[in-house]
Design a binder for this molecule. Structure first.
Ligand SMILES: [Zn+2]
Length: 352
C-alpha cells in the first residue's frame, strides 16, 4: 500500500513537474511573441499606408564601448531587442550597418553580431559591413583590408557602408569624395562581392558622386543626408544607380541623437498635421518624379540607445505610414519597400 502511494505520488510529481516545465515555456514564447506584435496604427490621421515597410538606414551598435555615450551592443540592447522593435513597428527588414573597427585586434565580437543576425534573422537584417578608417579623418579601411574582412566571412555581408564623407569638427577637410583613390580601389572589391554601397556624402561632392556613378554603372549606390538632398533629383535624372533614403522627416529634421530624449522626440513628432504639411512640401514632388529611386528609412541606433526602443520605433513607423499615404498611390509601395527589396534582390546573398 505504502509503495502504491509512493508510486502515485511519484507519477503525480512527474506530471506536475513536466507540466510546470512545459507551461512556462509555452507561456514564455507567447509573452515574447505578443510583446513584439504590431499593435496597429495610432489613429493620428485618417489615411495610413498599411503595407510592408523596409527601413533603409539602421545602425547596429558596436559591441565595444567607445566612451562617447553611444549605445553598446549586448550592454544597452541585443540583436533580439532590435528585431523585436522592428517586428513591433511592422518593419519587415532593415539595411543594417554592422561596425567593424579596424584598430581592434580582435574582430570576432564584431563579426559575431553579423553572424548572429544571419543565423537568427536572415531577412530582418540586411547586413552591411561598416568599417571606418583606422586613422583620424580617413573615412574607411583600404581595399586590401576590406578584401580581408570579406574573405574572413564569405557570404556574410550584402552591402558596404554607411561611410561618412562629410566634414566634422574632428575632420574639417573634405578630401575623400566618392571618386577618391581609396574608393576607386574599393569598387572592384564591392563589385566582385555584388554588394551595395552606402554613402553619406559631404558638401560640394555632387560632381564626384556623378563620376563614381558613371564609372560604376553596375554598382548600386544609396545615399542620404542634408548635404545632397536638394540636388539628388537632378542626379537621379542622369543615373539610375543612385538611390536616396528619406529619413529626415518631421519637418526635415534629424532628431534621433543624444540631444533629444525618448520623451522629447515623441513629443516633437506628435503634431502630424503641421509636420506632414512641411514634409509633403519638401519631398512629395521629387519622390513622385523619381518613383524608383527614393526609399523610406530612419537613421537610428548609432548615437542614442533610446532610438532603438519599441515605442520610439512605433512612433517613427506610424509617422512614416502617415507620410507615405500622402504620396501618389502608384508610388507608395515603391517608396515603402519595393525599391529597397529590388536592391536586396540584386545582392549576391539574396535569400527568399
Ligand atoms: Zn548618415
Amino acid at each position: 500500500m505504502r509503495r502504491y502511494v509512493l508510486f502515485v505520488i511519484f507519477i503525480f510529481t512527474l506530471l506536475v513537474s513536466n507540466s510546470s516545465l512545459f507551461i512556462p515555456v509555452q507561456a514564455g514564447k507567447e509573452v515574447i511573441k505578443s510583446k513584439c506584435q504590431y499593435p496597429g496604427t495610432k489613429g493620428k490621421v485618417e489615411q495610413y499606408y498599411t503595407g510592408r515597410l523596409i527601413d533603409t538606414h539602421l545602425h547596429i551598435p558596436p559591441p565595444t564601448d567607445s566612451g562617447n555615450e553611444n549605445p553598446v551592443l549586448r550592454k544597452d540592447m541585443n540583436l533580439d531587442d532590435i528585431a523585436c522593435t522592428l517586428q513591433y513597428e511592422g518593419t519587415r527588414s532593415a539595411f543594417s550597418f554592422f561596425p567593424v573597427y579596424v584598430n581592434d585586434a580582435d574582430y570576432e565580437p564584431f563579426y559575431k553580431a553579423a553572424d548572429n543576425a544571419k543565423k537568427k534573422y536572415p531577412k530582418r537584417f540586411v547586413r552591411f559591413i561598416n568599417p571606418p578608417g583606422g586613422t583620424s579623418g580617413v573615412p574607411t579601411v583600404t581595399a586590401k583590408e576590406l578584401k580581408r574582412f570579406l574573405k574572413d566571412r564569405p557570404g556574410l555581408f550584402q552591402g558596404y557602408g554607411e561611410i561618412g564623407l562629410y566634414v566634422t569638427p574632428e575632420n574639417p577637410e573634405n578630401v575623400f569624395p566618392p571618386d577618391a583613390q581609396i574608393f576607386q580601389k574599393i569598387y572592384p572589391v564591392v563589385r566582385k562581392h555584388k554588394m551595395l554601397v552606402y554613402f553619406h556624402p559631404g558638401e560640394d561632392q555632387l560632381d564626384h558622386l556623378a563620376t563614381a556613378l558613371a564609372q560604376n554603372p553596375d554598382i548600386n549606390f544609396v545615399v542620404h543626408g542634408e548635404q545632397v538632398e536638394k540636388e539628388i533629383g537632378t542626379l537621379m535624372d542622369s543615373y539610375t544607380n543612385i538611390y536616396f533614403t528619406v529619413n529626415d522627416l518631421y519637418g526635415d529634421q534629424y532628431l534621433l541623437h543624444q540631444g533629444e530624449t525618448k520623451e522629447s522626440f515623441l513629443e516633437k513628432i506628435d503634431d502630424y498635421e503641421t509636420l506632414l504639411a512641411q514634409d509633403i512640401a519638401t519631398w512629395k514632388d521629387v519622390i513622385e518624379a523619381h518613383p524608383n529611386q527614393f526609399m523610406w528609412g530612419t537613421d537610428r541606433g548609432g548615437i542614442a540607445a533610446w532610438t532603438l526602443h519599441k515605442d520610439v520605433g512605433l512612433g517613427i513607423a506610424d509617422y512614416g505610414r502617415a507620410f507615405i499615404a500622402q504620396l501618389d498611390p502608384a508610388v507608395q509601395e515603391k517608396f515603402a519597400y519595393k525599391n529597397a527589396q529590388r536592391l536586396i534582390n540584386g545582392t549576391i546573398l539574396f535569400e527568399k
